[in-house]
Design a protein around this ligand. Structure first.
Ligand code: ADP
Ligand code: GLC
Length: 482
């Protein structure tokens, strides 16, 4: 039996801001239980729902030095859906209204604390992992501390680590002196072939340099980040580590996202009866959101963090033109004020046609995936993307830009060969996007049979974790044996 510890800043159902939480909350369930004991460690945020905090039991506490002071490290635990979770408790660091509340420097200190605490709790909880699987910059210091802790004695020697990059844009960068004062790490680590990048200290870079293997969440993104356009100034490092870098596409929790069983949607459906039943969801959503009650209107959905990454400047540019067409547009998201206000504006200007829901809602997200005809995701870059996988599962055809995981998971429609599960365009260009949406409209309105065949193919795709979990297992085996 091999022991694996996932370390992450978010995880469904306890705390979520994006796809990272979906991945960390579902992947551990799909490993071979006879071979792997996979556990997960997270911060215990004050902003978690009380329901989850009530489930946790106190294990122990101790003090650990960080930023020149002794800090309280509380350990809480619970079991959920067969997985053992640990939570690191410290009210000074984890009391914000959201996981990443506060300025960048504060977040660096917060997650430096978390990373050091993850290693420090291991002897206390009596779980010595053979491998620690780290996710994103918030855990980038774990492989670095692991290297540093080797000098403390036998216990930490030989523990392997993997760094998974869910989004290279976020790296945890601050000036070297401050990061050194916070982490207490020696000068040795603050040089350009270790944690230093462009004179600053870079936590994700530390993780990439010190992890035994580096992965990202789709094959295309694994290639893209070796180029200057997607490399976020670390493309040199990604090339240098390319022998240890691979892309493993994300899966979905097929229990949580299941149109046949989903209790959040008005009418359950499957690949056999969606023609009749899926439109009932659309009708209910039109009613709920105050859109024109038109069962025939093509409804296009977006559920997303409202950031530049997701291509909303293209949407802004084309929205007036798009709204001349026979379409309805439903948005659910929060993020940058400029995009929140843009969607509010269009919802006002085209009321009855455009619905802007500027908040976070698990319920509404499922209703949108289930109700819409198409899902728009014109990302500038997309490491994997889960929303398009959710859409496919609910027979809502994705319209995407061919980048990262979108390219790897959505097969563009080919009207001659009658293949494909969605629509895509290559260049980050507003007119290309609009043309592609209009092509989708044409198929939806004028070739309904072909459209419905595509819905069938989309719903029959398999993006459950099975295959990708095996790829992770093989990667683990390459480091720690079977
Ligand atoms: P990212 O992680 O870059 O935000 P993904 O597509 O991987 O993008 O994952 C986004 C996840 O967050 C999906 O599960 C999506 O449904 C969810 N999500 C994003 N915004 C909202 C929102 N406002 N309300 C509910 N769920 C949301
Ligand atoms: C990041 C990426 C997204 C990916 C998610 C989970 O948030 O932006 O593309 O699906 O992580 O890996």
């Amino acid at each position: 039996m091999k022991n694996i510890l996932f370390a992450s800043s978010e995880c469904v159902p306890f705390i979520k801001t994006g796809g990272l939480a979906d991945v960390v909350g579902s992947l551990p369930k799909y490993f071979d239980k006879d071979k792997y004991d996979v556990r997960v460690v997270l911060p215990k945020y004050n902003c978690m729902f009380q329901k989850w905090k009530d489930m946790m039991e106190y294990v122990d506490h101790f003090y650990m030095e960080l930023a020149g002071e002794d800090r309280y490290v509380g350990i809480m635990t619970c079991e959920y859906e067969g997985i053992r979770f640990y939570f690191i408790d410290n009210e000074y660091y984890f009391n914000g209204f959201a996981p990443y509340d506060g300025d960048p420097k504060w977040n660096i200190e917060k997650f430096a604390f978390f990373s050091k605490a993850v290693l420090s709790i291991l002897p206390v909880i009596g779980f010595r992992p053979d491998l620690i699987h780290c996710h994103d910059w918030q855990t980038g210091l774990i492989p670095v501390y692991l290297d540093n802790f080797r000098y403390l004695g036998e216990y930490y020697r030989g523990i392997k680590s993997i760094m998974t990059i869910h989004n290279l844009k976020f790296q945890g960068v601050w000036d070297r002196e401050t990061v050194q004062a916070i982490t207490g790490l020696p000068d040795y680590y603050f040089v350009p072939d270790k944690m230093e990048a462009y004179k600053d200290a870079n936590l994700l870079k530390g993780g990439i340099v010190y992890a035994d293997k580096v992965t990202t969440v789709s094959q295309t993104y694994a290639e893209e980040i070796k180029t200057p356009f997607y490399g976020e100034a670390l493309d040199g490092l990604m090339n240098a580590r390319s022998n240890d870098l691979c892309g493993i596409v994300n899966g979905l929790d097929y229990d949580d996202y299941n149109p046949e069983k989903d209790s959040r949607i008005v009418k359950n459906f499957n690949v056999g009866d969606f023609r009749k039943l899926k439109p009932m969801n659309k009708a209910a959503l039109q009613e709920e959101l105050g859109l024109d009650r038109d069962p025939k209107a093509m409804m296009i959905g977006m559920v997303s963090r409202l950031t530049d990454q997701k291509g909303f400047d293209l949407v802004d540019y084309m929205m007036d033109e798009l709204c001349q067409d026979a379409v309805q547009i439903v948005v659910l998201g929060t993020g940058e004020a400029k995009y929140e206000n843009m969607f509010r504006h269009f919802a006002w200007k085209y009321s009855g046609k455009v619905s802007a829901n500027i908040f976070y809602s698990e319920d509404l997200s499922h209703k949108i995936y289930a109700s819409c005809d198409a899902f728009l995701m014109p990302s500038l870059f997309e490491p994997c993307g889960l929303s398009q996988l959710m859409s496919l599962r609910y027979g809502t055809l994705p319209i995407v830009r061919e980048t990262g995981g979108l390219k790897d998971t959505v097969q563009p429609y080919n009207e001659y060969e009658k293949t494909g599960t969605g629509f895509s365009f290559a260049n980050y260009n507003a007119h290309e996007m609009l043309n592609t949406v209009r092509y989708a409209e044409h198929i939806y309105y004028d070739r309904k049979r072909d459209w419905n065949k595509m819905v069938e193919r989309a719903m029959e795709e398999d993006f459950s974790w099975g295959n990708s979990a095996i790829q992770y297992q093989n990667l683990y085996a390459s480091l720690i044996g079977e």
